[in-house]
Design a protein around this ligand. Sequence first.
Ligand code: PLP
Length: 383
Amino acid sequence: MLKQNHRAWVEINLSAVEHNVRQLKKILAPQTEVMAVVKADAYGHGAVGVGQVALQGGASWLGVATIPEGIQLRNAGITAPIVILGATNTPAEIKAIAEHRLQPTICNPKQALVFHETLLGLNQVVPVHLKIDTGMSRLGVNWQQAREFVQLVQSLPQLLISSVYSHLATADEQDQTVMRSQQQRFEQVIETLKAAHIHPPHIHMCNTAGMLTSSKMHYDLVRPGLGLYGLYPAPHLRGIVNLKPAMQVKARISQIKEIAAGTGVSYGYSFITPQEMKLATVAIGYADGVPRGLSNRISVSLHQKQVAQVGTITMDQCLIDITHVPEAQVGDEVTFLGNGDNASADHWAELLGTISWEILCGFKHRLPRITVMQPDLVGQANL
Ligand SMILES: *Cc1c(COP(=O)(O)O)cnc(C)c1O
């Protein structure tokens, strides 16, 4: 896809993803495997492309949230094991899982029995991942019931236990109290299983934050998402490995004009020109993923200069102050996200009181995605 044809687009440097996988692997023991979490279209980065380079970079599993996400990867020819991290329940879902060789998460005894029944009818055996709730209170059996649950699944011949896993609720917080207690509960589960002579082939509990926090929790598999995309789950986790953001969001100038002093700009006149100004309209808005709450609060980059976004961000367009960029012309590229600290997903998230995960996922709906392999860009940053 040629970017020349677009008013606005997302640019993904897959070399950065590959670099990030290699960086994350540096803190793992050699036998610990990586499940690259590529749910939600790889947090807006494109699941197929990210999945492929993550596998190249040393991941050996892929994790998705839904069945269609898994099917998309299979249809692209990816043969690595694909785990569905969300819950699936209906016979139609189970049939799709078996047909596309996906590996489901099993969260409770009832679901295990439905899987068994349905798979018996299909004459299929499927590798499954058993979810234990150690304190997230979302999916999984409560840790106190883990042994009975695992034993039940073990007794069902159509289900082949591939792993036992849990998920951390607060790994990105500096206070590790909750995380430690989750880890202890999980350790207890593993001990009870051992005592019952159950040895799951894989054990895992780390997202990116857990992975960066404690090597004791790596076990033999980790499940990074955010880190693959070059962002840190929290400021105190920066610098442990050297990650490079893979996403940039760019748009073109569609009109330029002089606006007299004291003139209201865009919906609601949230900005009034303090003096005569040269403003450019840029063809990107909140429907594309630039949150409206950032209106009048961000700077963007144009011809290597930082310029202010002014006025309310509208659905498809917004305005920038180019008074001090005389060379700016219609058609010029403006970089919104991914160009220095001022334009990072972290910065936007902080301004909005949300998390960088949500900012990234905002760009998966409307904009075309242009994928590049630019190892030099990663290299230039002195790695
Ligand atoms: C999304 C998800 C991850 C990845 O989390 P990050 O914080 O993005 O690293 C890992 N495990 C599960 C179960 C998830 O749902």
